[in-house]
Design a protein around this ligand. Structure first.
Ligand SMILES: [Zn+2]
Length: 323
């Protein structure tokens, strides 16, 4: 089965709210004209959410990849290619996450490749190069937020006080959630502290929050897993007595369901612990469609499904559908 590419939703997260309410200093905002919001384009919603929080009404934000879209496989349309040069700044992850966008991003554009601006000592290796899934560690994504604020200040110095205040609020929110995650994952009984997913998105999460991460596919899923890989995974789950796996919103369910069937054929019962937001966030306009919300959802879903203690509606009490 080919990987499903769901229809793209183009989320205009930050809109051109009136800039009149903001005190303008001497400098024009950008080449777009006096007081016009800066056009910023983010490849994924995880980056776009940070930019929207920091830039507020001083940016006009567009996000290429919406709910359910897998960035590893995303190919820009002709329309996307035309939108890229209209942005004052393109926010991208790098580290190979947007693999099929590489030719588009290699054009002479103002691109900030933000994961590559994080100090290299923080990065983990992948099958090839380094693992791009930094946002799974709230403390690392907070560093990326600071880099975005620096970029916005360079483009719009008059906005600096607003960007700094917004960054400070955002980082405080991320710090509280991170501190909660550090306390919460260890409430899972030690033998069950194993997170099994479809692809290798959780290495940073595992390192930060103290859980073992295993996956059917590697860090950069390109093709469907082989029947042999499915059998190996089922054997491993049976041998280790692991009884819970998690689906991912941006990947098809079928390969993990095949693992569950293969394990059942060996007499080992495996259940689905829930669906996690890994490489895409939830629906636009929902709490799960924000970066803190996607992480809160993941933390509460994982902790509760594996027998730990987390509130039904998550850290912030805003989750819709954690069972
Ligand atoms: Zn991924």
């Amino acid at each position: 089965m080919p990987f499903l590419l769901l229809p793209r939703r183009r989320a205009f997260l930050g809109t051109a709210l009136s800039a009149l309410a903001l005190p303008f200093l001497a400098r024009p905002a950008a080449a777009q004209g006096e007081g016009a919001p800066l056009p910023i384009l983010a490849t994924t919603a995880m980056l776009g959410d940070l930019a929207g929080r920091i830039g507020g009404p001083r940016i006009r934000l567009e996000v290429l990849m919406g709910e359910g879209v897998d960035p590893h496989l995303y190919r820009p349309s002709r329309e996307d290619m035309a939108r890229l040069p209209r942005a004052s700044l393109v926010l991208a992850h790098g580290l190979g996450l947007e693999g099929r966008m590489a030719p588009a991003l290699a054009r002479p554009l103002p691109v900030a490749t933000l994961s590559e601006e994080v100090p290299p000592a923080n990065l983990l290796p992948a099958e090839a190069g380094q693992d791009p899934h930094l946002w799974m560690d709230l403390s690392l994504w907070s560093l990326v937020a600071a880099r975005i604020a620096t970029r916005l200040k360079a483009l719009d110095p008059a906005g600096a006080p607003l960007f700094e205040a917004n960054l400070s609020d955002l980082q405080e929110e991320l710090r509280s959630l991170d501190a909660w995650a550090i306390r919460t994952i260890p409430t899972i009984p030690e033998p069950r502290r194993v997170l099994v997913t479809a692809h290798g998105a959780f290495a940073y999460f595992a390192r930060r929050y103290g859980i073992e991460a295993l996956s059917l596919q590697g860090t950069h899923p390109e093709a469907e897993p082989s029947p042999r890989r499915i059998r190996e995974m089922a054997d491993m789950l049976a041998a280790r007595g692991i009884g819970t796996v998690f689906l991912e919103s941006s990947l098809p369910d079928r390969p993990l369901r095949a693992v569950i069937e293969a394990a059942a054929a060996r007499g080992h019962r495996v259940v689905i612990g829930g669906e996690l937001y890994t490489d895409a966030m939830g629906g636009s306009g929902t709490y799960e469609g924000s970066y803190p919300g996607m992480m809160d959802h993941n933390l509460a879903t994982i902790t509760r499904a594996l027998g730990g203690e987390a509130p039904e509606r998550g850290f912030a009490g805003r989750l819709a559908r954690v069972s």
